[in-house]
Design a protein around this ligand. Sequence first.
Ligand code: KIV
Ligand code: ZN
Length: 564
Amino acid sequence: MMLADPSKKYRRMYQRVDLPNRQWPNNEINKAPIWMSTDLRDGNQAIFEPMNIEQKFKMFQMLVKIGFKHIEIGFPSASQVDFDFTRKLIEENHIPEDVYIEVLVQARDHLIARTFESLQGAKRAIVHIYNSNSPTFRKKVLNVDANGAKQLAINAATKVKEYAAKQPETDFIFQYSPECFSATELEVAKDVCDAVTEIWEASADNKVILNLPATVEVSGPHVYADQIEWMHRNLQRRDGVIISVHCHNDRGCGIAASELAIMAGADRVEGCVFGNGERTGNVDVAAIALNMYTQGVAPELDFSNINEIIATVEECTGLPVHPRHPYAGDLVFTAFSGSHQDAIKKGFEFQKNEEIWDMPYLPIDPRDLGRDYDAVIRVNSQSGKGGIAYLLEANYNVVLPRRLQVEFSQVVQQVADDEGVEVTAKQIWDLFTNTYVAAKDAHYSTKNYKLSDENGSQVIELDVVVNGEIQHLRGEGNGPISAILNALQLPIDVVNYEERSISSGANAKALALIELQVQGAGKSAFGAGVHDNIVTSSIDAIIAATNRLIDQGLLKKDQVAAAV
Ligand code: KIV
Ligand code: ZN
């Protein structure tokens, strides 16, 4: 089966405006727009179970905390819950001084009357009326021509003005949306908008909101930007108009469309916090705000505790935030791939000393959103040494020498491949200790030792258990390591030795890492020791590495027995 020939079924459902000297491509977004959250209205209309009053209230408080000053709280003429919720906010005085609640109503008289009833006693409110003027709606839904659709808007705008005049205690802002704006001829949209702003007497002192929605996203974002710029240039009473955009996401370009629209002259953006809303959703306001933030522009919305916001949104809408959701998803700051991990690990080294965030693969600092770095690197079968090294360093303060990283990553890789699941930092640390530390007891081990200084030399007396019997050894050197090796009298050299302080659990301990090579063999093995005392951990590391040389057939067991 193949897709049908689209040219026989589909055509462009928008008007491509001729705008040869368009300005928006040259503009930058350098200040936050007015934000309007429609989580409690458009978002609420699009979920399996609309929110109850408690959920609405919780969401409202969250939106206020984020910093929205325009909050569409519902559709009181269409829903009793929304009516009661509006009353609750007003009567119980929950609306902060700088916040406008907004209510939506169709351009119909009795619904407008009921809407104003819900707003009695409000200090501030936005009344939002809408009707569609698009060719499809005119012909198929409303059965009117463009002038008929305009008359609906004019009647509604007039009614709104009349009702508002009867309620002087409320500071009202009026909003009109020509629904399906982006699929409407621009002259028709301008005509109805101009008629409405005339009735409402829009002026610099009496601003009116004209919301120009992409009710259904029918074009690319560049087309929408042209449409907005054209309106911005041609609307009457422009200084009395706040141009608002309301982008749905049918083509997946809602964020781009809103951003280009701001560049094209929009003053205000409507959307939902993580893009909930009809069909593919309203535009994701958090993403636009954080896009701005990552360009150095203050979004005037606070997402510094994004986990709390996700929990509230998920609880109130019943919809999960996808793990790959921009900025918010559980996995968006996580790298599994080895090359990404390696780059991030290197990036962090530089970032420690830099002010401007400039990290491979991480466009934002997770900490700005209240996330930590724990999830940044996670290890599975796709990962490499960089990720393993990062987790050991981040969680245990263990920095492995490069050659050991390479070797140990194969041990972890084997487990990840065999089990096919993620390997946690704790599992990596356990694998490390099982491989390099526990080897101290494999073939022969040490019991007691005494280290002393004799005439400037280090002298060690050491009990070694060989074949179940304790042997007493003595060695001298210019430091503990050479003293221990001299005591053992084995044909081995130290290729590399490092000691570090590690935090494993509550206590800091000494970690000794050693690479020993059999003389003349050119092959080596690593061992590690962890103890409160650095000499003890060094002895353990040497014994562990020696036992591992035996395991690898590089040193014979009886060679050791003979030596000691
Ligand atoms: O998508 C839309 O057009 C709307 C209007 C009511 C503004 O939600
Ligand atoms: Zn909408």
